[in-house]
Ligand binder design. Sequence first.
Ligand code: UT7
Length: 345
Amino acid sequence: MKDTRTRAVITGIAGYLPDYILTNEELSRMVDTNDEWIMSRVGIRERHILKEEGKATSDMAVEAVKSLFEKTGTKPEEVDLLVWCGVSHDMVFPATANIISDKLGVKNAFSFDINAGCSSFIYALVTMASFIETGRCRKIVLVGAEKLTMYVDYTDRSTCPLFGDGAAAALIEPTSEDLGFVDSITRSDGAGCKHLHLPAGGSQLPASMETILRRQHYIVQDGQAVFKAAVSKMADTTMELMQRNNLSSDDVAWLVPHQANLRIICATGNRMGLPKEKVMVNIDRFGNTSSATIPLCLWDYESKLKKGDNLVISAFGAGFTWGAIYLKWAYNGVRDLSKGLTGGL
Ligand code: UT7
């Protein structure tokens, strides 16, 4: 039977990366590490860093959304919901989404934040799909943006090579075609908190001179515990999603994985039976940008995507949080109305 539900589709994608590039070579002059270790254990060669004084996560988000508006011919006043997802907010409150909306002149919308660690984009996309499917919203901007390096301790070699800054935004609209958001699995387990967290600055341990001196405003990660959980949860969830939607590895055009470690990405792709040509990878150039990795992948690979392509998106992050989404891509190649490219939409 034909599915006649209103579906949520991504109708445009745009990204932004700050200019400064921190290479493994430069890192190896800061801490006891080397390119060979980072490439073989993680797969990162370089990452972008927002260095300019006074610039915040919202500034990168604004650049990504401006570019999204240009590419899709969208006016700020047409947007009815703007959501920022991520962990590196501008301020504890108000919501970073409110600040982004103000900087962009998005006046006829409501805006709020979603934080689910590195699974933020998946959680947010699932939530946005519901707003579209119920008819509550018709034009949603979802932006994943992170100034994650503000949380990075550049004296800790076990975490400092991993993270980068960046932003990417998606426009989400309704369709009655057999395209867009099909199914998802999302899960969390707060027992994972001890393995990946940022200790100070919240209500449990408010910021003080002592927390600063104890370096408690930086990321704490038990890498091996997170690695093991990420490999099993990403693979299990994507397999469950494929099975219940009768998708074989031949049916899947692309795996869009969170970019935390090339070995986790490959393990997920292998479990799904996918050749590496079907797995989106840009961790080598951007590192782990948390909520921005998945939309940055979509932006990076946009020219290769075709209308109707089956995409499986998968992520794992602090919480623990994890999940997977099955969606059908909505257009062919780069969609950039400012250059006359419609993508067939
Ligand atoms: O995005 C949110 C979710 N996060 C993740 O999914 C991250 C998951 N975890 C990982 O990706 C990996 O565990 C890491 C990349 C963080 C670490 O890789 P690993 O292979 O698990 O390394 P390890 O922590 O077990 O350390 C192995 C060795 C140790 O030396 P010894 O004790 O064997 O002599 C470390 O001291 O590697 C050493 N090491 C380093 N050596 C050179 C740790 N960091 C470095 C470094 N350079 N930067």
